[in-house]
Write a protein that binds this ligand. Structure first.
Ligand code: M6R
Length: 614
């Protein structure tokens, strides 16, 4: 995680760095800092807390200078304190460095440097790297610009782990050196000024011309040019023009991004299927898969990798594909897949699901799948992301920027995409045109159903107010609603800090039921389907033990209405589309509970929107 921005040019660096850092806050927000060459040396400001805290410190005592580096942090090594915030200085105090990633052998390096007399003021792995680069630079004869680049290269040879870094030195004004290994870094190409950042979004107001650095590359950034070198030597680069979609920082009439994004779902869901329905063939069109129908028909298995919410969407996808296309689907946490030895059937098609397209675990798993020779497609929202670039094709979500740390609209878009995929695969196998048409019609009705459902937000708010004092909750569902229960529990945990667990409903009696008491609400997803009666039995089991029941049920369900302590009513749709509606009250429930508990809804503690370290 963590975000990096650097600037070299004729303008004051401080306002540019602070502004661009603000657009990277999704990568971490526990502390931030900057270092600027002020004509006399390196001047550093760093503060724990949000970027606004750093901005306040900079407003109180501005740093003047035309080149600088900056960082927003998500702590890996060392608590989020002022001291541990980046940039870090080397032993001479003249070299400053910011770092995104993790240095795995930092303890070993620290011991070695300590023996050589180095003193450290922070608990971070990054400070070790600053000292390593500094030591190498100090040992160089000329201490010129080339020496700094060489010092970075030599230091990186000694470290293991992932990194994106930016470095400057007091004696070399007008130069920032950047390097990438595993963590993304892009050069923003300006007129008489240049930038470096963790993603293109940070630079959107400044330039639409970028160079995406590749792994192992080092860049020397000056105001009027830049040089990129790979391990093979100097490299010609390709400047790309990007669409300058400055992420909207406008919450509209909503108090939080999370609520705004929940309410965007009628539109984002429509965007996910727009232009992808093939009414003539009663099928769907997913051109981005880069596979002909014959090629697609050849795959005998599917494997979905992702993390958190994205994996939950994949789990709904498994149910859809297995039901409609009868193709076995495996789902696995990306972090587990990448290090596991499990055999995978040779005719398997992989899908890496990621809203951000930058999640390190998912990216690592994608690379591992490709290394093993599998075709791996992406389901991403961020079109210029690393996963989107490195996959062999895929489907974009077109959900627009998701700013709230809790994923909401991206989940429903991902499930819609899996529905389109399941229909497509189903039609290549045995799904009838009539059955497919019913699903397509249900998809087309989805935005209207979502509109109707969102009007019930205030009902959910009242239920949330009643149960907000609970310290633990259970979420239960079966089949495609099991991942909905998992997703409900994940949302509850991350935005309210209330302990919550998601289970297949039948698992209740295999241990979980011991948690049931009058203070532990159970949220049961129990819309009418093939397992409705089974769910009712689970409801009775919880009730018999005095546990409050909150049920997601179809509008007008009298049976559940008579038994549950509270009902989240949802419109009825096709059984396979129903999970998309069922998740909405759970998103709203966690949101309203978080507000009732006065939590920081859009930036919950300890989290970051995009998890770019493994
Ligand atoms: O960007 P990604 O979809 O790859 O992110 C994966 C998870 O980190 C993410 O879904 C996380 O679980 C969310 N904060 C959940 O709301």
């Amino acid at each position: 995680m963590c975000g990096i921005v650097a600037y070299v040019g004729p303008r004051d660096a401080q306002p540019i760095l602070l502004d661009a850092l603000g657009r990277l806050e999704y990568r971490g927000y526990d502390s931030a800092g900057l270092a600027i060459l002020n004509g006399k040396g390196v001047e550093v400001r760093k503060k724990s807390g949000r970027i606004e805290e750093l901005a306040k410190a900079c407003r109180a005592k501005p740093v003047e200078g035309k080149s600088g580096i900056s960082h927003t942090r998500w702590a890996t090594h060392g608590a989020p304190t002022d001291t541990n915030a980046h940039p870090h200085l080397d032993a001479s105090g003249k070299l400053a460095l910011v770092h995104n990633g993790v240095i795995e052998n930092y303890l070993e390096l620290k011991q070695h440097l300590t023996k050589a007399g180095h003193k450290f003021s922070s608990d971070t792995d990054t400070e070790i790297l600053a000292h390593l680069v500094g030591e190498s630079f100090e040992h160089s004869k000329e201490k010129g610009e080339k020496c700094l680049i060489d010092a970075v290269r030599k230091a990186l040879q000694k470290v293991q782990g992932t990194l994106g870094i930016a470095v400057l030195h007091a004696d070399l004004p007008g130069l920032v050196v950047g390097a990438r290994r595993g963590s993304p870094l892009v050069i923003g190409v300006g007129n008489g000024e240049n930038f470096l950042a963790s993603d293109t979004q940070a630079l959107a107001p400044y330039t639409d011309r970028v160079v995406i650095l590749q792994d192992q590359e080092i860049v020397a950034l000056y105001a009027d040019h830049f040089d990129v070198a790979s391990p093979l030597g100097q490299k010609a680069v390709h400047v790309e023009k990007i669409e300058n979609g400055v992420a909207s920082s406008d919450k509209g009439s909503h108090p939080h991004f999370m609520l705004k994004e929940i309410f965007e779902q009628p539109e984002t869901v429509r965007n996910a299927f727009r232009g992808r329905l093939d009414l003539e063939e009663s099928s769907t069109k997913l051109g981005g898969l880069n596979l002909s129908l014959d090629q697609l028909r050849e795959y005998e298995r599917i494997f979905v990798i992702g993390c958190g919410t994205a994996l939950h969407a994949g789990m709904v996808g498994k149910y859809l594909i297995e039901t409609l296309a009868k193709i076995p689907v495996d789902t696995q946490h990306a972090s587990e897949f990448r290090y596991s030895d499990s055999p995978v059937h040779p005719k398997t098609l992989f899908f890496a699901v990621s809203q951000s397209g930058e999640t390190a675990d998912t990216l690592g798993a994608l690379r591992e799948a490709k290394r093993r020779g599998f075709r791996c497609l992406g389901i991403c929202n961020n079109v210029s992301s690393t996963i989107a670039r490195e996959s062999d094709g895929g489907v974009y979500m077109h959900a627009g920027p998701e700013i709230g740390v809790a994923a909401t609209k991206s989940f429903t878009s991902q499930v819609v995409i899996f529905t389109l995929l399941a229909i497509l695969l189903g039609r290549l196998h045995s799904l009838s045109a009539a059955d497919s048409r019913r699903l397509i019609e249900a998809l087309q009705q989805l935005p209207d159903h979502l509109h109707a459902l969102l009007k019930r937000s205030d009902e959910v708010r009242k239920i949330a107010a009643k149960f907000a004092s609970a310290r633990s909750m259970l979420f239960l569902g079966r089949l495609a609603n099991f991942p909905i229960a998992l997703e409900g529990a994940l949302k509850m945990k991350e935005v309210t800090y209330v302990h919550a667990e998601g289970y297949p409903a039948a698992e209740l009696k295999h241990g979980v039921i011991a948690l049931v008491d009058k203070d532990t609400p159970t949220v049961l997803v129990a819309t009418h389907d093939g397992v409705y009666d089974k769910n009712l039995s689970n409801l009775q089991e919880v009730k018999a033990r005095g546990g409050p029941i909150l049920a997601v049920a179809h509008e007008g369900d009298q049976k559940i209405g008579g038994l549950a302590d509270a009902v989240f009513s949802v419109p009825k749709t096709h059984e396979l589309i129903q999970p998309i509606l069922n998740v909405i009250p759970l998103q709203l429930f966690s949101y309203h509970t978080a507000v009732a508990l006065n939590r920081d809804v859009d930036k919950p503690r300890n989290l970051a929107k995009s998890v770019t370290v493994e």
